[in-house]
Design a binder for this molecule. Structure first.
Ligand SMILES: Cc1ncc(COP(=O)(O)O)c(C=O)c1O
Length: 400
């Protein structure tokens, strides 16, 4: 059976070039980058080169790149490393749990957090961030692209607010990296976190931009690695892998791959929307609650690979399973919370009711997706939806 993977926001496979770049660093070039002999030097050179590539990726200085274990560590580092008792933090209610739970933990130490809600479109209004600032606000943490809806947040405007008010600014760019260009100088952030496995690199490796002079307390101590900002023997193969993935991601942004990806995603979306009782989460609905930047029917900017669609009168979980049986891998809500039966906190924050949030699916495409993949999915989805609706107690009106 043909299998189509449409869960790229959960993780992505290594590209062959990434695998090839990493391979020697597990075997012949296995040295510890801190050793002074030839074996060590070989590893050190690879780490230095990778750091140069990441500096290009972020548009920062080499010394501002810190390698770590991924997005969770980057998000935790921003919150645990910068905030002290009595400080105030601003984030949003649609962040990944690596930010939300870190903010929850520091509350125990007298650090209060304001969680700014999104507009019904999924966009954060920068003026809501501005309004939340207090004299004791030390950190603003906002994501670049949302993992569930793909909505791209106005980080440049938020960066200007942070600069004007003298507040540190962290961006969780885990889902934005490779899909939109990242320029930390233009954005004006102090910290930015990415993860390799969301952009065709290996799992368990990430990188963080830390603007020079940002007073971050390291999460891990025990060595002078990464300019004393992150102790632990360097994961040399992983570091080589994230740099190769970043290099390929920069090419994809330049050579039209990401533009083509958006067109393919739009074709998928338009095809699914032919079904009655469906819609995209993140479009401003008539009579949507609260003010919005956008007019009725307008869509905010989104990551090129993502669409989040509601299907009336069925259970999202059931549709995920039905599609899996037909060879299509998608996710309901965020894959990082798979197993949880609670409706997505992101969709709920956007104002969806529980049933509609539960009946929503995320299609997140790999940049290697083909038209034939879309054809397959457009064949399978209508049949699965019709079948489930015919069986569904939701459709029969027996669920509240
Ligand atoms: C927006 C966002 N931030 C952080 C993370 C965590 O990244 P990692 O899996 O590298 O720990 C994820 C993972 O899904 C994510 O989507």
């Amino acid at each position: 059976m043909r299998r189509v993977y449409m869960d790229a926001n959960a993780t992505t496979p290594l590209l062959p070039e990434v695998m090839e770049a990493m391979r020697p660093y597990w075997m012949e070039h296995f040295g510890n980058a801190s050793s002074i002999h030839q074996h060590g030097q070989k590893a050190r050179t690879a780490v230095d080169r990778a750091r140069e590539t990441m500096a290009q990726f972020f548009n920062c200085h080499d010394a501002e790149v810190v390698f770590n274990s991924g997005g969770t560590e980057g998000d935790n580092t921003a919150i645990f490393g910068l905030l002290h008792p009595g400080d105030h933090c601003i984030t949003t209610s649609i962040e990944h749990s690596a930010v939300l739970q870190a903010a929850g933990r520091v509350a125990r130490y007298g650090i209060e957090t304001t969680f700014v809600a999104p507009q019904p479109s999924g966009l954060i209004d920068p003026t809501d961030i501005l309004r939340a600032i207090r004299p004791e606000t030390r950190l603003i943490s906002v994501m670049l692209a949302n993992n569930e809806t793909g909505v791209i947040q106005p980080v440049e405007e938020i960066g200007r607010i942070a600069a004007d008010t003298g507040v540190f600014f962290h961006i969780d760019a885990v889902q934005g990296a490779g899909k939109v260009e990242i320029d930390v100088r233009r954005i004006g952030c102090h910290l930015l976190s990415i993860s390799a496995h969301k952009m065709h690199g290996p799992k368990g490796i990430g990188a963080m931009f830390v603007r020079r002079g940002t007073p971050i307390e390291p999460l891990l101590v025990g060595g002078s690695h990464e300019r004393r900002q992150r102790a632990g023997t360097e994961n040399v193969a992983g570091i080589v892998g994230i740099a190769k993935a970043a290099e390929l991601a920069m090419h994809s942004l330049d050579d039209g791959t990401i533009y083509r990806l958006a067109q393919i995603r739009d074709r998928l979306e338009a095809g699914i929307l032919q079904l009655p009782g469906t819609g995209v989460n993140g479009v401003v609905a008539p009579g949507a609650p609260g003010p919005s930047h956008l007019g009725t029917g307008e869509r905010p900017p989104r990551a090129a690979n993502t669409t989040n669609i509601w299907f009336d009168s069925l259970e999202g979980e059931a549709l995920v399973i039905a599609l899996d049986l037909k060879g299509v891998s998608v996710s309901g809500g965020s894959a990082c919370h798979s197993g949880a039966t609670e409706p997505s906190h992101v969709l709920m924050a956007m104002g969806l009711d529980k049933n509609r949030a539960r009946a929503s699916l995320r299609f997140s495409l790999l940049k290697t997706v083909t038209d034939a993949d879309i054809d397959h999915v457009l064949q399978v989805v209508p049949a699965a939806v019709e079948h489930l609706r015919a069986l569904s107690p939701v459709a029969a009106g027996t669920l509240g």
